[in-house]
Each structure stands twice: as C-alpha cells, then as structure tokens.
Design a protein around this ligand. Structure first.
Ligand code: 9G3
Length: 571
C-alpha cells in the first residue's frame, strides 16, 4: 500500500482524555477514533490489526473443531425473559423497542440466542459434541467506559458455546478451548497467563481467564513461583499463614488510643506490628449487618465473602449502619460481645494476644484472645491473598502478584441455560437429557490494545509481526531522487510478490517525519531507501523490536525481509 494513497491520520500530541498507553498510541497512530463514549471507528491500521487477530482466532477455533455461525446483534427480550436475565441485568443491558413496540436488546453476549438454536435443532446425542462460535459486535452499556478499546461499550468478541451429552464431554470441550486459547495468544505474540477465575454472575462452576501481563491491567492475579498455580485474586487462595506466635494468653489490657482509628495508626501508636492486630469491618449482606474479622494487614475479598454468606447484595456498611448494628464507634470496633453475625478469616483462627478495638471511642484492647475475650463462631477464607503468601497447591512455592488485562475467559456453564430454555436431547436409551454447555470469549479489540500495552516504547507501538497492520514499511528518503524512488518501487513490488505486506512511505516528507511515523505505528520491519547508501548499492533494514541497523544489498534485503516474515508467521 502506498502511504500517499492510504489514510493514516497520525497525530503528534497525546490526547488529553486517554489514560493508558494503548489508548494514547492507538489514537496517535491513527488506528481508532472515538464516535461516542466507548464507541469507536476502526480506521485502516486499527482495522487491519483487528482483522489479523480475528483470522488467528478463526484458524484456531476451526482447528479445534468449532463451527462458525453469526447470530444477530439485536436479540429479542423473550429469550432473555426465559433465562430470567431480562430482569437480572440493569442499565448495562441496552434495551430498545421496534416500530411495533416489541422489546429487544443489543446483545452483550449470546448464551440465550445460541441455546435457542440448539434446543430447536439438536434432538439426538449423535449430534454432539457441538461447538458453535461467532465473531460479532457486542454492546454493554458500561457506566464508565474508558481506556479506549480496553473497556469499550461496543466491542467485537469471539464467543463460542459448546454442547455435550454429559459433564465428561463438557470437560473435553473445555480442555480443547483452553488449548486453542493458548495457541491463539501465543500466535498473537502475547505474554499471558491462564488463571483460575470466579464464575461471577454467568453461573456455572469453573472458569479460567486469560490475562495479558501489563502494569496497566485492571485485574490483579497471582502465580506461584514453584508450580503452575495461577488465579485471579478474586478467587486465589493461599496456605493459611500460621499465626506469628502460639504463646499462652497474656492478661488483656485496655489501652488509651486517642484518635487512633486506623490499623496503621494504632499499630504505630502501640508499637505493635499490624500482623498482631485484628480489624473488624461491618458489611450489609442483603441489608443484614455482618461483622468480619481480618488480620490487620489483610484485605477483605468481597467476592469470597458473598459466596460464604450466600447473599445477593454485599456492601460495606456506612458509619451509621455500623453504630446502629454494633453500638460501637467506627475505628474502635472489636469482636467482644458481638451482637451481630461474626465471620473471621482463617488466618485469625491461630492468632493470640491481639490488638482489637475496645468498642469504645479512643480505646483498644491489647492481648485479646479468642474464647476467653471473644467468641468466633465462623471461620472462612474471606481475604485477598497477598504477594509472598505460600502457594495453596505446592509446598515451598510463593505467590507473586501481577496486574493483568483479561483478553479471554472460558467457562463451564453446566446446565444453567439449557435447563432454563429446556434444551434437551434423546440419549442412547431414548431418554430425554439436558445438554451440558460451556462458553468461551475473546475480546478482539482488547487483545490488540493489550498487545500494545505489552509492546511499546517512548517512540510508539512495537507490533508483534502476526498482528501488525503491515509486515514492513519501506521509507523512501527524498523520493524526488529518481534513483531512490525507482529502487523503492522495485523493492516494493518484489516484497509484495514474495507475500510481504508492505506499507510504502512515498510521501514527500522530511526523513525525520517518516521515521517518527514508522516508529509510532509500530510496523515490525523498516527498510530505508536513501541516496547515500544506494550509491554503495545498499539499503538499511531496522527491526522495530530493536537490534542493529543492517546495511544490505537490495537482493539480500528482499531475501532477509521475506525470511523474517516467514519465520515470524510460522505457527
Ligand atoms: C449481560 C450484560 C453484561 C454481561 C453479561 C450479560 C458479562 C454476561 C458474562 C459473559 C460470559 C461469557 C460468552 C462469551 C464469554 C463470556 N457481562 N457476562 O453474561 F446481559 Cl448487560 O458474557 N459469555
């Protein structure tokens, strides 16, 4: 493609409302342009990358035996009412009416629609295993869309759905998708980890998220440095960290701690490490107050607590709700004479001689001990694991904390949707059975954005070749020079004939502008055609990912570029 015939509106300045690198660079590189909050135009370079990711996804899904379909973007309310999700979801589900006042929504996902296909068309066990997938635009009316394609409202997703006769079949389908995802993200040139994840509202009983490791990632994940355990912090466990000491209970002491409300303040004031303090928080679980106890330096994991309490809604209690429920002042809460349900994290069980609030303003208790000074009826894993915690799976492994960008998510769904929509089949004995499902998503645009988060420098994007908009940019320096432009034209033609995707920068622009643009848009290979080196029959090859500039004869340059491209695309 000739630059002068193309459309690459690069910009020098960093857009104000872009907060993460990938958003900034995709705007500056002329890859996307915002139309409305969370809604984007894909401009030529952005679209080429999107299409590259889609074709890698398509190849691997087909290789895994999945079959491509395309379901509608607009889906009828009736299906969502059958699964009871029409009322379950709030404003995130963008609803609309047609001219006859029939209700629809813009599909945020397609479990209902695909299950409707299967309940109508699949009647026999012989028709399964079946895996149907699509690459389709989704809409989720996020409250705060941000970070460009990373958290858009309208986005392109590959979503696949597997249908099996039993759980064993569903496990096989899950494993096939899991392996296909590993190949997909590896081929996209991403450093990623598959982590055990919470199933959230989707239901089902098991899921993994595919996380691209990047400091700008919204998710916190841990991975063990001794085995392959890895999990989203929402779900991650650790071996219970045994309490620091098992000394016998010392006499409890009420101490004056004027204005010391936070664990940090109390710990510093009393000269006692936070690991010897126990903090009490109060939550409203379906509007019922529940107190939780955690070691001072640990954080409450609300997803775990919600599962333990089995509640629908869980919020942190307000100060007045706390005062009403416990009769004690915030900042000085303690578990003694608890009047409300009290759940303690597993780590608290072994703790002795701890500091807790005295349930009285400006006072704490030192050397408080379970059974003697307070009674804990319930223990559960309700905390976030921390960097350095012992691995729950192996001995000796330590959990390391990373930030990740979720680009894929695979779920075992069980019968949640097939039961709701009565998707059944006749088994070998002619008995009616309910279909077992799994669902598997990849955010296409988010994968491109995550790739840029992971591959950039101060000059711009550093695309891995498989998802770069072009393989090679040929920069003709001073194309007015007959020799330069004739040589560049020849090389452009020869590379294209060899199957190399070339962006030929034939603009009448200063070299500096061309080089800055080439670095910004991140094309992996840059070939500079300049009069000086041409005089020696040489052209300059530079790889965007680093490495030395190579001065090569023209034939060698064509051969080198062709082999570098073939190497990078080898599956
Ligand atoms: C909704 C709305 C938002 C949603 C959902 C439904 C997320 C919803 C979870 C999934 C699960 C999997 C198939 C592909 C992989 C992910 N946000 N989820 O179900 F109505 Cl408004 O989408 N679906």
């Amino acid at each position: 493609m000739r630059y002068t015939q193309y459309f690459i509106p690069t910009v020098k300045e960093t857009p104000a409302d872009a907060e993460v690198v990938s958003h900034k660079l995709m705007l500056r590189a002329g890859m996307v342009r915002k139309v409305a909050a969370g809604i984007y135009n894909y401009l030529p370079l952005g679209l080429r990358s999107i299409r590259k990711v889609e074709s890698i996804v398509r190849e691997e899904m087909n290789r895994a035996g999945a079959i491509e379909i395309l379901m509608p973007m607009v889906t009828p309310a009736e299906l969502w009412q059958e699964s009871r999700r029409w009322e379950q979801y709030g404003k995130e589900l963008l609803r609309l009416k047609d001219r006859k006042d029939n209700e629809f929504c813009l599909g945020p996902t397609h479990e209902e629609v695909v299950t409707d296909i299967v309940r109508r068309e699949v009647r026999s066990y012989r028709q399964m295993p079946l895996n149907l997938y699509q690459i389709q635009t989704k809409f989720r009316d996020e409250i705060r869309p941000r970070f460009g394609l990373m958290r858009g409202r309208e986005f392109i997703m590959k979503d696949a759905y597997s249908f099996d006769v039993d759980e064993q079949g569903a496990d096989i389908a899950y494993e096939k998708m899991y392996q296909a995802y590993r190949r997909i993200f590896a081929r996209c040139g991403l450093k990623f980890r598959a982590v055990e994840a919470d199933t959230g509202s989707i239901g089902g009983n098991w899921s993994h998220e595919f996380m691209v490791l990047a400091d700008s990632g919204e998710d916190a994940i841990v991975s063990c440095n001794g085995c392959d355990y890895a999990a989203n912090v929402e779900k991650a466990e650790s071996k219970v960290v045994e309490a620091a000491e098992h000394a016998e209970a010392r006499p409890m002491e009420k101490v004056h701690t004027p204005g010391k409300k936070s664990i940090q303040e109390v710990s510093e004031f009393l000269g006692i490490p936070v690991t010897h303090t126990v903090k009490m928080l109060v939550c409203m679980a379906d509007n019922v107050p529940v107190a939780v106890l955690l070691r001072g330096d640990h954080d409450l994991n609300e997803i775990k607590l919600k599962k333990v309490l089995g509640c629908e809604e869980l919020e942190m209690a307000t100060d007045e709700q706390i005062a009403k429920a416990t009769g004690a002042p915030v900042g000085y809460l303690g578990p003694q004479e608890a009047r409300i349900r009290l759940v303690a994290d597993l780590t608290v069980r072994g703790m002795r001689n701890v500091v807790v609030g005295a349930n009285e303003t400006d006072y704490h208790l030192k050397n408080a001990n379970p059974d003697r000074d307070y009674v804990i009826g319930e223990y559960a894993d309700i905390r976030n694991v921390a960097h350095g915690d012992p691995c729950p799976r192996c001995s000796g492994g330590i959990l390391e904390m990373w930030r990740g960008i979720e680009v894929g998510h695979v779920f075992k769904l069980g019968m949640k949707y097939s039961k709701a929509l009565n998707a059944t089949f006749l088994d070998q004995d002619g008995k009616e059975q309910i279909v077992f499902m799994g669902c598997y998503g990849i955010g296409i645009g988010r994968t491109v954005a995550a790739c840029i988060e992971q591959n950039h420098d101060d000059n711009g994007i550093i695309f891995p070749l498989p998802i770069a908009p072009f393989h090679c940019i040929v920069s003709a320096v001073n194309p007015k020079d007959e020799t330069v432009s004739a040589t560049a034209d020849e090389i452009y033609a020869r590379l294209q004939a060899a199957g190399v995707e070339v962006l030929y920068d034939d603009r009448d622009e200063r070299p500096g502008v061309k080089f800055k643009d080439a670095d910004l848009i991140g094309i992996p290979l840059r070939l500079v055609i300049g009069a000086k080196n041409l005089a020696d029959g040489k052209v300059e090859l530079k790889q965007r990912s680093g490495g030395e500039m190579e001065l090569l004869a023209i034939d060698d340059a064509v051969a080198r570029i062709t082999s570098l491209v073939r190497e990078a695309l080898a599956l």
